[in-house]
Design a protein around this ligand. Sequence first.
Ligand code: BTN
Length: 330
Amino acid sequence: MAAGSTGRKIDKMIHLLVKNAMVVVPGPKIASEIGVTRSAVWSWVRELREVGVEIKGHHATGYQLLKMPDVLVPSLIQAELGENEIGHSIIHHFRAVSTNTAALNLAQQGAEHGTVVVAEEQTAGRGRLGRTWYSEKSSGIYGSVILRPPFSPTAAPILTLMAGVATQHALSSVTGLGVDIRWPNDLLVNGKKVCGILTEMNAELGRLHAVVLGIGINVNHSEMPAELKPFATSLRIESQRTWSRVQIFIALLKELERFYHLLLEKGSAAIAEHWAAASTYANGKRIRIMTAEAESIATTAGVDPSGALRVRYDDGHEETLVAGEVGEVK
Ligand code: BTN
């Protein structure tokens, strides 16, 4: 079991309680069915209560599940994934430092293609360009997917776009909200960021061992912290209702599977085409290009099959951006 992860046994206990919902299940029965001590059962009950699972009772009388909130329990998610390779193994943490760090470590130890790490909360969630990612407990989705693509490291940008397109499809199909993609893969609702993706990899000498797609989605945050409010929002804030994180996560894993196969079968041009169809940033958008040294203004002129963004400056010369940060000029 990965350090700190919830593991199969607690997953089994949740299943047992869900299966016997509204019935008092004696502590010793839970302990013997899943093969742990009664004190382990007791400490898991306390942990589950902390994330909002309502369980009545204690070890002397037995436990009764009253309310199962929106916890990203692997067995509930996997039951909906069918043949999906992405998500066939899901490692759940109540609290992780960063799911990307955990996934990179697992990849290093040989974790299979499609392994997913997910957390209810991150204590040091990481964003692009050395930023932190605000990871409020049980409000967002903080997940990392390990891929082992048969590509060279130069293909990383198209995997980043692929993740953006898949997430855009998942969020717009579940919520019906208009979701835009800002190059390379920030997802925006009403011009504010609801999701960020951090792609990291494990590579050497032209060989890609593993790619980790780290996806953070602001789902049910009722309010964003003051310093983020001007740029960031949540699905709940934009739609005035809460959403099932479990449902969104299932849709996300299915869309990642679909677009990953499209990339393998049809190549990067197919992903670039989907990206351009889903993003107002693909063509004719006035943007600010921010680099460490300077800021400049240009107009977008399409995405290359490699995932690079073509831009045209006002003096007519063109460039392709392979990395960096852009913003809309309003
Ligand atoms: C960005 O800056 O836009 C990228 C944010 C990526 C955040 C996600 S949350 C899950 C995964 N674990 C991390 O530490 N970061 C990514």
